[in-house]
Write a new protein. Structure first.
Length: 263
């Protein structure tokens, strides 16, 4: 299937590894020009070389901590300077620390809001005017299955990612007349470094081995296994494509059936 996005420009946040990297690589295969950002310069440069070699895509990298509003604005500006436009925005950020409510002070809450909510607002504000001018745009927020079915011990993520969902659903209606879609994509338990780190922390707390924690998750997933980043990236590529022009305001899970709700 031709997704109709060759030569479009996509900004993919937190894209040096994990789901962000997988999405960037998938878009590169579709002929999309890429603006990639992450905090770690070495990992980001490694990803740039790998994606260029694999896909032939043109890749601009910008080292930035998106929890810093000025840094997020700088990423958008560099993308516009290099390519003249940004057609696709994929927001993404590492999850905040695990733990129950009483384990997090107000600073932790503030950091979670800054990293996982305000970064979305800043990046969206930076690209939206151009999308409106061109009457075409795709905004896709990587959130979490916790939005539909809260995950124990992840109160920061459960709360802040829900705020992103409310923002996106409202914005979707505001910008639909301009040919811009706004959607959320919710990864389930996927084989990424983030999930491996979460398994290690939970194992330490429970006196188990990380493999036992992962086995417990897999027992809750109808497909009986963790997802792969490439499976998630395939859905992301469709949602930001020309083919998905009538899909907006949605939150779609890629979770192997873990969420049990009807909607």
């Amino acid at each position: 299937m031709d997704l109709g996005i060759a030569n479009r420009v996509a900004l993919v946040a937190a894209s040096s590894k994990g789901l962000g990297r997988a999405v960037a690589a998938e878009l590169g295969r579709e002929g999309v020009r890429l603006v990639l950002c992450a905090r770690g310069e070495a990992a980001l440069n490694h990803t740039k070389v790998a994606i260029e070699k694999e896909t032939g895509a043109t890749v601009l990298t910008v080292t930035a901590d998106l929890s810093d509003t000025g840094a997020a604005e700088h990423v958008v500006q560099r993308g516009l300077e290099e390519f003249g436009q940004i057609d696709i925005l994929v927001t993404n950020a590492g999850g905040p620390p695990a733990g129950p409510f009483e384990a997090h002070d107000m600073d932790a809450w503030g950091n979670a809001v800054q990293q996982n909510f305000r970064s979305v607002l800043t990046l969206t504000r930076g690209v939206l005017a151009g999308m409106k001018q061109r009457s075409w745009g795709r905004i896709l927020n990587i959130t979490s299955i916790a939005v539909k079915q809260p995950v124990d011990n992840l109160i920061l993520s459960n709360s802040v990612r829900a705020a992103v969902t409310g923002f996106a659903r409202t914005l979707a209606n505001e910008v639909a007349p301009y040919g811009i879609t706004v959607n959320n994509l919710m990864p389930g338990y996927t084989r990424t470094q983030r999930v491996e780190e979460l398994a290690a922390r939970m194992a330490e707390q429970q006196g188990k081995e990380p493999a036992d924690v992962v086995a417990g998750w897999e027992s809750q997933i109808p497909m009986g296994r963790l997802g792969e980043p490439t499976e998630f990236a395939a859905m992301a590529a469709f949602l930001v494509s020309e083919r998905a022009s009538y899909v907006t305001g949605t939150s779609i899970q890629v979770d192997g059936g873990w969420i049990r709700s009807l909607l």
